[in-house]
Write a protein that binds this ligand. Sequence first.
Ligand code: PBG
Length: 326
Amino acid sequence: MLIRPRRNRRTPAIRAMVRETHLSVDNLIYPYFVVDGSKKKIAIESLPDLYRWSEDELLRDFDEAMELGLRNFVLFPAVEDKLKDKEATYSIDENNFYLRIIRAVKERFPEASLMSDVAMDPYSSDGHDGLVEDGSILNDETLPILSDMAVAQAEAGIDIIGPSDMMDGRVEAIRDALDQEGFEEVAIMSYTAKYASAFYGPFRDALDSAPKSGDKKTYQMDPANKREALREAALDVEEGADYLMVKPALCYLDIIHQLKEDFDVPVTAYNVSGEYAMLKAAAQKGWLNYDQAMPEMLLSIRRAGADGILTYFAKDFARLVKNNAL
Ligand code: PBG
């Protein structure tokens, strides 16, 4: 036998030397769910080890995350039902706790990069990402609401706006609004190929944001489609997106790969709540080794072509790195 691939796998040193994909804490974006009030750290049943944090508790935990080397974060607000309405007006309310928390985090941790979520669902009494009229999700009427939301978040100090709503034309509308208000430096990470996925369930539990009626299939993409992702990506780049995101990640590695091949902006992936929950559940039952399966999942997303990964695993991964346990 002339050719023996196993020779390149013989020792840890050799394996490290020929390793093709690297994953570092630098690649990861860590999500936090936040609530109003103080002294709150509320467990989320379907997301083991994750919490809804009030500002004071969040800042404490943030310290720990920064200590672990994490620098990129995204915040999601869990809003009380009584503050929700059809127009999502609380999203730009001057007393909005989410905007207050963005300010507090940026003040305390100026070196952290903060990303926000732009969509109506956390604030909407209909639980949809856009305005609802007679059961339909209105596109063009939703754009000014999303733009106002983005500007309010930029005023609070956000670094990256993350439109997760899938309305047509939102990237351009948000870019225009940001520029008009002097926020040229605020970036847009567009949820470019966001699929109508069953893997968002635990997230909707965390925010209590599930649609009150219908589903999201008239705006989120059909899981069967790949060419459509290219169309969305081309539009987002044209409209001024700084990053293209694919969501979810693990069932959509082919989409990540394709966008990385075809476009020259950074590609990111959202390793969503359901992907986190299923591994945590299997690990709790002792059916999978968490510390081994988790980095393998993240690595597969990098190998597919993602530059950045938004993942609930970020802190656990950073801990493994810190403890030299990889
Ligand atoms: C809101 C939004 C959702 C997620 C991120 N932003 C839920 C949805 O679209 O229904 C899901 C993220 C996750 O599951 O981790 N538009």
